[in-house]
Design a protein around this ligand. Structure first.
Ligand code: 5GP
Length: 208
């Protein structure tokens, strides 16, 4: 049986560069799979249903909650966002590391429900840089940008709850750092019980 994959939670202020980090991780290294969330927010220009998100009505989303089809969900700036359960569980069982790009309330639910998950908080180098990146994206109204900036202060309160804090200055360096974290996590003794048992049995045969 393949070794179970690791659940990698990536959070960070809107504009921290989570999307770029994930694309870089997936493009540069094997063994990552991205979970596609369900949301009630409207698609942005260029977003495709089933690629960036599964776009749902509020009623359909609430139906998913009632049917226990989500491993976590949260309300963020007036919309629901949630992680479908089946894909995550099947992909982890197949040995891939599954990335969840989710906000902090959802991350805390994952930490509770999957204590072995790896939680990374991604930050831009400064507040000024965060503002600059959000404005430059040009996909949102000023009102939405302001509410996302104001939400950043709230999210910052929970940073210490994450296992890792990574600054996204140069994207390739940042992706290397996160991949390094995952390699170390895979080497944890607690994640390699079967292998350890096997080696123990094998070396026991040498005992005189
Ligand atoms: P955006 O609208 O910019 O795509 O996403 C807004 C926020 O929702 C981001 O912080 C993103 O990480 C978070 N988010 C996306 N999908 C999920 C999800 O399935 N669950 C939770 N809790 N947050 C999510």
């Amino acid at each position: 049986m393949a070794e179970q994959g690791i659940l990698l939670v990536i959070s960070g202020f809107s504009g921290a560069g989570k999307g770029t980090l994930i694309q870089t991780l997936m493009g540069k290294y094997g063994n990552y799979a991205l979970s596609i969330s369900a949301t009630t927010r409207s698609p942005r220009a260029g977003e495709v249903d089933g690629r960036e998100y599964f776009f749902k009505t509020k009623e359909a989303f609430e139906g998913m909650i009632a049917a226990d089809e989500l491993i976590e969900y949260a309300c963020y700036v007036g919309n629901y966002y949630g992680t479908p359960k089946t894909y995550v569980e099947e992909t982890l069982a197949g040995g891939k590391d599954v990335i969840l790009e989710i906000e902090i309330q959802g991350a805390m639910k994952i930490k509770e429900r999957y204590p072995e998950a790896v939680l990374v908080f991604l930050s831009p180098p400064s507040g000024e840089e965060l503002k600059r990146r959000l404005t430059k994206r040009g996909t949102e109204s000023q009102e939405v940008i302001d509410s996302r900036l104001s939400r950043a202060a709230q999210e910052a309160v929970g940073i210490e709850e994450y296992g890792y804090f990574v600054v996204n200055d140069v994207i390739d360096t940042c992706a290397e750092q996160v991949h390094g974290i995952m390699r170390s996590e895979h080497a944890r003794a607690s994640r390699n019980r079967e292998l350890i048992e096997r080696i123990k049995t094998e070396v026991k045969a040498f005992q005189k």
